[in-house]
Design a protein. Structure first.
Length: 347
């Protein structure tokens, strides 16, 4: 007898492109193409979300990649000292039982990968789920060290403890729709009219259309074929100006998604007319969203470091040189604006 293997949040990204979001009988090429584009965007946004944070001094028993994946999909990672492994672990889990007056669970149920049971013998993963009392600072700050070390600490993705996967799903759907629209319009721009004919000339018209797609310079037709008698055209109404508008809308939606994830983004619509106030306002919003996620992780690490004597830190994953360049650029813009204000006062 074998137990079913527990799934992972990442299974979604593997199954979805193959089976069209769970439907193994998706026969619509257009819908399948749009779903493939959407899946690509989901993967790209998820990769960005998972790599937003940089952890320092993590013990070898904690995987930063797994930690961020669980926060993205499940909204909770449970830290505790496992006596079987004699190590500090960070695993998938859920709250158990009642909550206290701070809306914190009083205990956690850790969730492992499951055991592979074959012929009554356990092989493969032997991790056993556990129910562990939660560390509650208001009640457990003064208990002795040994009791505190047997507690568990929950780490959440944000203050509301809701996974960020909804941001990825919503914006990947929006962007996928716009990308597919641009694809269709681009193809239609090669031929903005559809050829129509009667049933008797259907094969001839199909051959003409195929030769047009192939770029044939001279289209061959049978003797006696009179195009003006059998061919009509249907205008598709493709507007060239719609491309720019759709591209601008796509850029705005992408920037919105980046901002909600706390990732730097720039308004490219009017780059030459940006002023310091606009740049600062955009940076302030991005920083606010960034600290929503960062502070939730730092709060958990504060308890973890206090209980188990670790020195784990987390920062936003931005290169130091890039941060320095951004600071210098902002300082230059502020200095230029200050000079303008001074000149106005002098005049």
């Amino acid at each position: 007898m074998s137990a079913t293997k527990r799934g992972s949040g990442l299974d979604y990204f593997i199954d979805s492109p193959l089976y069209g979001g769970g439907n193994g009988f998706n026969r619509n090429p257009g819908a399948q193409r749009e779903r493939m584009i959407q899946s690509m965007l989901e993967r790209n946004l998820a990769e960005l979300a998972i790599n937003r944070f940089k952890y320092e001094n993590l013990p070898d028993s904690v995987d930063a990649r797994f930690l961020e994946i669980c926060l993205l999909f499940n909204g909770l990672i449970v830290w505790y000292w496992d006596e079987d492994y004699d190590k500090l672990l960070a695993v998938r889990g859920s709250g158990v039982g009642a909550i206290n007056f701070y809306d914190n669970p009083i205990s956690f149920n850790t969730i492992g990968p499951g055991n592979q049971i074959i012929a009554g013998n356990i092989s493969g993963a032997t991790y056993k789920p556990k129910i562990i009392s939660a560390y509650i600072p208001a009640a457990d700050a003064e208990i002795n060290e040994e009791k505190r070390k047997r507690k568990a600490v929950g780490m959440y993705p944000n203050a509301l403890r809701v996974p960020d996967i909804d941001i990825i799903m919503i914006y990947s759907t929006r962007l996928g729709t716009i990308d597919r629209t641009l694809e269709i319009n681009t193809k239609n721009a090669r031929r903005n009219k559809v050829l129509t004919s009667n049933f008797n000339s259907q094969l001839s018209i199909a051959n003409v259309s195929r030769q047009q797609d192939e770029g044939v310079e001279v289209i061959q037709v049978k003797d006696g074929f009179r195009a003006e008698e059998v061919i009509n055209t249907l205008d598709l109404g493709i507007l060239p100006e719609s491309y720019d508008k759709l591209s601008i809308l796509r850029a705005r939606w992408w920037n919105e998604a980046m901002g909600l994830l706390g990732i730097d983004n720039a308004n490219q619509d009017k780059k030459e007319r940006l002023v310091a106030a606009e740049v600062g306002a955009n940076d302030a919003q991005t920083d606010s969203m960034r600290f929503v996620a960062l502070n939730a992780r730092r709060q958990a690490l504060e308890y973890i470091n206090d209980i188990w004597g670790t020195n784990i830190t987390v920062e936003y994953n931005v290169e130091v040189e890039a941060q320095a360049d951004a600071a210098r650029a902002m300082a230059g813009i502020a200095k230029a604006d200050e000079g303008k204000e001074t000149n106005k006062e002098v005049k």
